[in-house]
Design a protein around this ligand. Structure first.
Ligand SMILES: Cc1cc2nc3c(=O)[nH]c(=O)nc-3n(C[C@H](O)[C@H](O)[C@H](O)COP(=O)(O)OP(=O)(O)OC[C@H]3O[C@@H](n4cnc5c(N)ncnc54)[C@H](O)[C@@H]3O)c2cc1C
Length: 422
């Protein structure tokens, strides 16, 4: 009988787990080296603990939501698209549901159920998981992967080091966002040390600092059904309706995180955020609405007339920014002042002043350059037997389950290819 191909997977996150499953299914002997005491530490916190596993849509839609290097992912998405992933999980006992925008979650709303399902799947396939085991280096000879140096805690709590020989290695170490989950950029070092290029990394899908003091004043205020635009000079980089949030440093929430994708790694000098607080109304309709509100409280001061239109926390800010005397009776507010108010409500401007750091970033922009990886196999073009999967690669997407799908798909393709190396 032929000796089994031995594959070592570095990292027990989404990409590493799926790579191990695919390699084992293709007949390989598989080891996962995970530096944490458990697998899926980041998976556990995804989707606010609910884990937005994927997006229930076709490959074209998946590609459309990838921000960096979508073309590179075509083969990986074809090897495992979201339908195949969902069928696989449901066949393994994890019930799923699809919510607004195609977002797929476990029916139980618990990310721990996703992790438990994968642990069972790995167990059934005899994948060995080395916990508390950090890979420290990759050894290659004449452009071929040979072994990995590991450091681990033995049963007595002592640190040991060892070198594991294998036929192939899959680097699934993630990026550098939320480093407390174990993603500390080790894969970039392995890539650089073995002659690969790594594109500079930036936090992405991340909250944004705002220059204007009023943003901090609004801390805690959540706005629904507003339209947020991001402009660079006259160019509209992003425009969408949804939900956002003011914080002690600026803004966050779904709209802002997605908008940050278009800022990551770019010069922000000419950028502005614009909030349309009443996107369902035209300027004319909004003016009519304000006039109606005014006519119902003719003798009120301006500052007391906006209660029906705006959340309480926003009223003092809008009153001040409108330039209308707060104590002016509404019956004497001029048409011109009203026009200014309408413009403000349909175009509240804010200046981004830097993005928050990797500690708060959902994903890392940048990573191992895709031109050095074969998209049909995920194998390095520089080192035979060395594969990459997941966030360590220079590719990222917007929110909606797309980033995890990148991890599942690239992991699957890398695992399957690595198992067939001989
Ligand atoms: C708060 C938050 C919420 C998110 N929510 C979603 C969501 O709902 N949907 C979605 O699609 N995406 C979401 N994402 C993004 C998604 O989690 C990542 O894109 C995905 O987890 C990347 O998977 P990965 O396997 O490549 O890397 P990771 O999940 O980062 O896994 C890498 C693993 O490698 C291990 N490791 C690293 N170096 C070594 C080493 N030297 N030796 C051994 N082990 C090592 C780490 O400990 C870690 O377990 C979220 C991210 C965050 C931070």
């Amino acid at each position: 009988m032929d000796k089994k191909v031995k594959v070592i997977v570095i990292g027990g996150g989404a990409a590493g787990i799926m790579a191990a499953v695919a390699a084992a299914d293709a007949g390989a002997e598989v080891i996962i080296a995970e530096k944490n005491e458990k697998i899926g530490k980041k998976l556990y916190i995804t989707g606010k603990g609910r884990c937005n596993i994927t997006n229930n849509s076709d490959i074209q839609n998946l590609l459309l939501h990838v921000v960096s290097n979508p073309k590179f992912l075509y083969s990986a998405f074809s090897a495992m698209d979201s339908r195949k992933l969902m069928d696989f999980l449901e066949n393994n006992g994890l019930n799923l549901k699809t919510e607004r925008g195609g977002r797929v979650f476990p029916l139980s709303d618990k990310s721990s159920d996703v992790i438990r399902t994968f642990k069972n799947i790995l167990e059934k396939r005899d994948v060995k998981i080395y916990y508390n085991t950090e890979v420290q280096g990759i050894n290659i000879k004449d452009g071929v992967f040979k072994s990995a140096d590991i450091k681990y805690l033995n049963q007595n709590g002592r640190k040991n080091t060892e070198t594991i020989k294998a036929d192939a290695v899959i680097i699934a170490t993630g990026g550098v966002s939320y480093p407390s989950t174990g993603s500390t950029g080790d894969g970039y070092r392995f890539a650089l040390n073995t002659g690969h290029k790594v594109k500079e990394t930036f936090p992405s899908l991340v909250p944004v600092n705002i220059k204007e003091g009023f943003a901090k004043e609004l801390q805690g205020l959540s706005l629904r059904n507003v339209e947020l635009s991001l402009k660079d000079g006259k160019k509209v980089l992003y425009k969408e309706m949804g939900e956002m949030l003011f914080t002690h440093f600026g803004i966050s929430g779904p709209l802002v995180l997605t908008a940050s994708c278009y800022m990551s790694g770019k010069d922000m000098a000419g950028m502005k955020f614009i909030i349309d607080l009443k996107p369902a109304l035209t300027k004319q309709q909004l003016d009519g609405r304000i006039l109606r509100d005014f006519s119902e409280c003719k003798n009120s001061c301006f500052k007391n007339s906006l209660g029906r239109l705006l959340p309480a926390k926003l009223i003092p800010v809008i009153t001040r920014l409108s330039g209308i005397d707060a104590d002016k009776k509404v019956h004497s507010v001029t048409k011109q002042e009203r026009a200014g108010l309408v413009d403000l409500l349909k175009g509240l401007e804010m200046t981004p002043e830097g993005m928050r750091g990797f500690d708060e970033a959902i994903i890392t922009r940048g990573g191992v350059m895709v031109k050095e990886i074969n998209p049909a196999t995920m194998e390095s073009k520089k080192v035979k037997g060395m594969y990459f999967a997941g966030e360590v690669i220079d590719t990222d997407a917007v929110t909606g389950g797309y980033n995890l799908q990148i991890a599942w798909s690239t992991g699957y393709l890398a695992g399957k290819s690595a198992a067939g190396i001989k």
